[in-house]
Design a protein around this ligand. Structure first.
Ligand code: SF4
Length: 217
């Protein structure tokens, strides 16, 4: 099997295992998802979910958030990493969404990344979760690790990894591959003890063949 064939096989197996992967960030609408995604940079989804209930109660939309007091926002999100910078960017983001985009999130990456706090990875998550639009592939810490172990890339930089993956994963799989690889990395191909023994990809994974810390049971 060459690399393209193996990438397609991996994408198909992941789609079968995770037919409709969804973000684990709790949200009820576009505003809440965008804010949660911004907060999730270098923070676990679990931690973000712990602070957003109170945050969304106090600031239920871009309007309220745009005129928020920064110290109050900082205090509400203090449990997440880099909370001071994130509080500042959230308020600025709310103002940009209102002033530049008429209160609606733009549906393309080029414009989404103009919003403070929204980098390419976040923009990919937002378009894929909200509108099922996949302009690229989400590359977070899990996708970085799993893609390297699967031999789909040798890169460590997210932009380069995304480029590599976009070349070998067919576009029709981008959305599923993004969500499924995040979940696979979170629960099976974990950083310290990948569960190769119960992994659906172990027959197409060079790291399993090399016996990378397989865990039984
Ligand atoms: S076989 Fe092991 S290393 Fe390969 S993807 Fe599965 S859990 Fe990860």
């Amino acid at each position: 099997m060459n690399l393209d064939e193996r990438a397609l096989e991996i994408a198909k197996i992941l789609k079968k295992e995770y037919p409709d992967p969804k973000t684990e960030l709790v949200h009820k609408n576009e505003y809440e998802l965008a804010v949660a995604v911004m907060l999730s940079a270098q923070t676990t989804d679990k931690k973000v979910n712990q602070v957003t209930t109170a945050l969304f109660k106090k600031y239920p939309s871009w309007e309220e958030l745009s005129s928020a007091d920064i110290s109050e926002v900082q205090s509400l999100i203090r449990e997440v990493n880099f909370h001071k910078g994130k509080a500042d960017r959230l308020i600025k983001a709310a103002r940009i969404v209102l002033e530049e985009f008429g209160g609606e999130l733009p549906r393309d990456i080029e414009n989404l990344i103009k919003i403070p706090g929204v980098a390419r990875k976040s923009a990919n998550v937002i378009t894929q979760e909200l509108w099922e639009i996949a302009e690229g592939i989400v590359v977070d810490t899990h996708v970085t690790r799993v893609s390297n172990r699967l031999g789909l890339t040798k890169e460590k930089d997210a932009k380069k990894i995304e480029k590599d993956l976009m070349k070998i994963i067919p576009k029709s799989f981008w959305r599923n591959f993004s969500g499924s690889t995040v979940l696979h990395g979170r629960y099976i191909c974990t950083a310290r003890k990948p569960k190769c023994g119960e992994c659906v990809l172990n027959e197409v994974c060079p790291s399993a063949e090399l016996g990378l810390s397989p865990v039984q049971g």
